[in-house]
Design a protein around this ligand. Structure first.
Ligand SMILES: Nc1nc2c(ncn2[C@@H]2O[C@H](COP(=O)(O)OP(=O)(O)OP(=O)(O)O)[C@@H](O)[C@H]2O)c(=O)[nH]1
Ligand SMILES: [Mg+2]
Length: 209
């Protein structure tokens, strides 16, 4: 099932985050890793999120609604040397604010080039998510560029993230269905947590004295 994603807004500062109670899943990763392409593949739409050969294309947080109570946030890529220092610092501060403080954040989809594997930034982001109780989904992107014989080594490179990655390709669509299922599972978990927080869980025993 394709994700029914619709573009809602771009935020250049925290004031621009939408006010809604959708659970949000953020797509994070190095510039040019294929975040926008994966989002388009999930939605089976060509131009929902803008993709580019030029790294550093996405410079705002782009919010997409998905169905009735979920949202996906396409984050700007980090680690691209060619954008001006001041702009890079602004983007880093915005991402940091979003990932460390956004209450709606339920899951972090960490995209890493399958040929490269996680580095310091990815390991730090994964730790940030874990510290907040945000679920981590790891995706090894552009797996169409791996030879069969390189796959096992590629998977092994992800060990430091502590979760097994889904090998994905926006080009061949490998892994995309699997990722859709994981996203749906994360959304279900967020819904359950919300019901419990709203008092919809099992009745509480009266406090003992
Ligand atoms: N071979 C291959 N190329 C891909 C795949 N996904 C994306 N690309 C290419 O990689 C480049 C970057 O893709 P984007 O989706 O724009 O990457 P991004 O992570 O959103 O980049 P920023 O917005 O700059 O952070 C484009 O030229 C894509 O065509 C894939 O699965 N396989
Ligand atoms: Mg992008």
């Amino acid at each position: 099932m394709r994700l029914d994603a619709k573009f809602v807004t771009s935020a250049f500062a925290p004031e621009g985050y939408p006010r809604w109670d959708r659970a949000e899943l953020a797509l994070a990763g190095r510039s040019n890793v294929g975040k926008s392409s994966v989002l388009n593949a999930l939605a089976a739409a060509k131009n929902l999120a803008r993709t580019s050969r030029t790294p550093g294309r996405t410079r705002a947080l782009n919010f997409f609604s998905v169905g009735g109570d979920l949202a996906i946030v396409d984050l700007p890529g980090y680690g691209f040397a060619k954008i001006p220092q001041s702009e890079a610092a602004r983007i880093a501060a915005l991402m940091n604010d979003y990932l460390s403080r956004r209450e709606r954040l339920a899951g972090l989809v960490m995209l890493v080039d399958a040929r490269r594997g996680p580095e310091r930034e990815e390991i730090d982001l994964a730790a940030l998510a874990a510290g907040r109780g945000v679920k981590l989904i790891a995706v090894a992107t552009k797996c169409d560029k791996l030879r069969r014989s390189e796959r096992a080594a590629a998977l092994a490179r992800f060990k430091p993230l502590g979760v097994e990655p889904i090998l994905c390709s926006a080009l061949s669509a490998e892994g995309i269905d699997d990722l859709r299922r994981r996203i749906a599972g994360c959304a279900r978990g967020a819904r359950r947590a919300r019901t419990l927080a709203a008092g919809g869980g099992a009745p509480q025993a009266p406090p003992s004295r």
